[in-house]
Design a protein around this ligand. Structure first.
Ligand code: SF4
Ligand code: SF4
Length: 280
């Protein structure tokens, strides 16, 4: 079972919820896992502080010209949908920032003049916290595409009965890559006009991916009821609400697990865990 936590915008409390829920689930289920798929800014381990045991590098395959066998036919350039290849005379330039590593240019080359060379783009860290399997991806500085690191994180994660995936905020390719294989997409939002605006985008993303949707409202005692009314209209079940409490914000700012210090949040997480299991 894979539950992905996403949000239309940053700062809604997605990581707060994902880390605390993962710890709670691991105490009640054998083999729970937490995967930090927000690879451009992974911060889940600041709260979990797992014992790290393995660090893997992630590489993608990048086309490169082999020797002087290019005839200059231009088939690779015409094929590439991402304008990542420039064929000029009998030379070929590959723009690594645009390449999606599909391998298509190698297949259409009549001279077999192209080969694939590995290019490292990120890191996966693996650890454990009292039985909770912990994994986190980190994109190398300057690399433009996060999806390969996210996809490797999900592929290489050890089997677990329940896996909590902490996606990147927003509705970009990174969020889609983290969410697309989930059994349940939980959208974390807040009852403000900004929250509603970005929630609409996140709901649309979930619908396009044809995923079952649910929502959690953070800082639920602020703002108004428009977010609740919107979720009701859209048929998105509200699994729970987290109140705006200073003790939760203080724990978060110290890098502590909020459920250890806030009985209110602990009860909310317990309820959420039951609701999440029921919704799966
Ligand atoms: S591997 Fe795919 S995306 Fe990359 S240059 Fe070749 S055709 Fe374009
Ligand atoms: S398809 Fe092959 S032969 Fe043609 S330009 Fe590209 S690399 Fe050269």
């Amino acid at each position: 079972m894979k539950i992905c936590f996403a949000s239309g915008k940053g700062g809604t409390g997605k990581t707060l919820l994902a880390t605390n829920l993962a710890v709670h689930l691991s105490r009640h289920f054998n083999q729970a896992a937490y995967l930090d798929a927000d690879v451009e800014e992974p911060n889940g381990f600041l709260f979990l502080k797992p014992d790290l045991h393995t660090v893997d590098r992630v590489a993608v395959a990048l086309p490169a010209l082999r020797g002087d066998s290019c005839s200059g036919c231009g088939a690779c350039q015409r094929f590439c949908a991402f304008n990542a290849v420039l064929a000029h005379g009998d030379d070929v330039l590959v723009f690594s920032e645009l390449c999606h590593n599909c391998g298509g240019c190698l297949l259409v080359c009549p001279e077999q003049a192209l080969i694939e060379l590995p290019r490292e783009v990120g890191t996966l860290s693996w650890g454990e916290l009292n039985g909770l399997i912990c994994g986190a991806g980190r994109l190398d500085v300057g690399e433009p595409r996060a999806e390969p690191v996210i996809e490797r994180l999900l592929e290489r994660a050890p089997e677990a009965r329940i896996t909590v995936v902490d996606a990147a905020p927003g509705t970009s390719c990174s969020a889609v890559a983290a969410a697309k294989t989930a059994e349940l997409l939980v959208l974390v939002t807040e009852p403000t006009p900004f929250g509603l605006h970005d929630l609409r985008l996140a709901v649309e993303m979930g619908r396009r991916l044809e995923l079952p949707l649910a929502a959690v409202i953070n800082r639920a005692d602020l703002g108004d009821d428009t977010v609740r009314a919107y979720l009701e209209r859209e048929g998105v079940r509200i699994l729970g609400e987290i109140p705006f409490r200073r003790e939760i914000a203080e724990a978060y700012s110290r890098g502590a697990l909020a459920l250890e210090v806030s009985p209110k949040l602990r009860r909310t997480v317990e309820t959420l865990a039951r609701e999440v299991i029921r919704a799966l």
